[in-house]
Write a protein that binds this ligand. Structure first.
Ligand code: TRP
Length: 513
């Protein structure tokens, strides 16, 4: 619950363990009597879970996972992905949640409180959050634009596709810089308003309704996609090992090392780990909630939604736009729009609206967790200095800075408008990470900062403060025994750091190699 401003008396109380830092009381003298109001973190475990799943489920689940799975060996990829999710994803996720709940602080302060050698790792996370937000908001804005576009198509209005193909619509939009900026900023404002509402009043409320709604809309789209004639090829592409190569969708099968590296990169990006988001959310979680159970549930649900997204986009693409792009922004904004164009009558626009709305939900629930990671630090500080909460003020300032970067990404229009990094930096046609600002920010965050953050976190838990910390924190829940502790300990010390090192290497190679 958000506290109404009650005047001059705002106190933050620390329990001896620092555990209930998030429980902040407001004291007001009323007729000589003290009155207390309390602000908590998440109101329920369901709310927490939806927020954390909302953070994990994002654009990566929709345009990354299905395509990577198909191109990297179908079921084989899925199995490798799941193994990595267990030995790496689960460990980092649980570690982050435990650090957050134990310290009761956001990413930056949590690392400060808990470690001597790794004090600064929280900053790495906040920097990644900033960079990811810059392009996440731009892309989220594009999704809003596509909802509007499909509304236009439904009513035959001028702001619809006007008979243009998906590719032409997207091309025209990317070069229309003003429009791109407006939609990007709408998305930033949306994110800001939710975060301003506070943890339980904004984030939890939004995700508690938004995530179930996303799930239902996705089911509706899956039913439509899987019943299209020719849909079965999409399923074969996604699940049958070797089908993609045998049918000429990709030229050459990737090596096993490439498959592992693709799965690892996708896994840690998709789970939103390695940058302190789960530390921040964990800090708002009540002591009575099971950390292990929550970590498993987040991973299972994220993977489930990624598979479901595949059941929606792949059959649709193979049935209705068999030559269309099969991954990345072009899948989302060109291929899928072609799919909706080729459905008869009002059905196309209606499914278009449902589909892009669900993508907007996925994007917003991720971007609020990113903004919260940045804002939490400053809110913490203000509270500690006894200045009250100042959430609205800091959300506003952070959003302005993010909006500046977002405008750059929108004006760049995925490299369409002659201001891509390689053009400005005179890299003479060098493409890859420098072909647009989105890829440039993605390279720094997803390519370097995040895997590095995950690696350093496991090293810190495994070798500096010891895995017992996580055990103690899990068992702080009354009557709970951490059954995965022996596994956690071995992974955290040896296996996970090695995996993270490999993932880091794979990411660097995919960007620079
Ligand atoms: N998990 C998001 C996706 O699949 C992307 C992401 C990575 C993210 N790190 C994050 C989202 C941190 C929110 C917070 O698209």
């Amino acid at each position: 619950m958000l506290i109404e401003p009650l005047g001059d008396f705002l106190y933050t109380f620390y329990s001896p363990t620092g555990v209930h830092r998030r429980t902040c009381y407001q004291e007001k003298k009323f007729k000589g009597e003290k009155q207390w109001k309390k602000e908590k973190g998440f109101g329920s475990n369901f709310g927490f879970l939806m927020a954390a799943v909302g953070s994990a489920v994002g654009l990566g689940n929709i345009w990354g996972f299905p395509n990577k799975m198909g191109a990297s060996g179908g079921f084989t990829f899925l199995i490798i992905y799941l193994i990595l999710a267990v030995i790496c994803g689960f460990i980092v996720m649980l570690g982050e949640l435990a650090i957050g709940r134990k310290t009761g602080k956001g990413a930056i302060a949590a690392y400060h409180a808990i470690s001597k050698k790794f004090k600064w790792v929280g900053w790495l996370g906040v920097a990644s959050a900033f960079l990811i937000m810059s392009f996440y908001c731009a892309l989220g804005g594009y999704c809003i634009k596509y909802v509007v576009l499909n509304v236009g198509n439904l009513f035959g209005a001028g702001f619809g596709s006007n008979g243009l193909s998906g590719g032409d619509v997207f091309g025209a939009f990317l070069t229309n810089q003003g429009e791109g900026v407006i939609y990007g900023l709408i998305f930033v404002v949306l994110t800001m308003l939710i975060v301003m509402g506070g943890v339980s009043g904004g984030i939890e409320k939004f995700c508690g309704i938004g995530m179930p709604a996303l799930f239902v809309m996705l089911l509706i789209c899956i039913i439509r996609a899987c019943t299209l004639p020719g849909a079965v090829n999409g399923l074969k592409y996604m699940f049958v090992p070797g089908w993609a190569v045998a049918n000429g969708v990709i030229a050459k099968a990737p090596s096993i090392f490439e498959v592992i590296s693709t799965a690892g990169g996708q896994m840690f990006f998709s789970l939103s780990i390695g940058m302190g988001v789960m530390i921040t959310y964990g800090s708002y979680l009540d002591k009575k909630e099971h950390l292990e159970k929550n970590a498993v549930l987040i991973i299972v649900m994220d993977t489930l939604v990624a598979l479901m997204a595949g059941l929606c986009v792949m059959p649709a693409r193979f049935a209705l736009d068999p030559d269309g792009n099969i991954g990345g922004p072009k899948l989302l904004f060109i291929t899928m729009q072609n799919v909706f164009h080729s459905m008869d009558g009002a059905i196309g626009p209606i499914f278009g609206i449902i589909f892009y709305l669900l993508v907007v939900l996925a994007a917003v629930s991720s971007s609020i967790s990113l903004l919260e990671t940045v804002v939490a630090h400053f809110v913490d500080k203000a509270r500690e200095e006894g200045k009250g909460d100042r959430r609205k003020k800091y959300s506003f300032i952070a959003s302005i800075l993010i909006a500046l970067l977002c405008v750059l990404v929108c004006v760049d229009g995925l490299g369409s408008n002659g201001i891509a990094p390689w053009e400005l930096l005179k890299l003479d046609g060098y493409k890859g990470w420098s072909d647009c600002w989105l890829d440039f920010f993605d390279m720094i965050s997803e390519g370097v900062f995040m895997p590095l953050g995950g690696l350093l976190m496991t090293l810190m838990i495994g070798w500096e403060i010891g895995p017992e910390m996580v055990k103690d924190e899990c068992e702080a829940t009354e009557g709970h025994k951490m059954s995965s502790y022996p596994f956690f300990k071995v992974c955290c010390k040896y296996i996970t750091p090695l995996c993270m090192l490999l993932i880091l290497y794979g990411q660097l190679k995919s960007f620079f190699g």
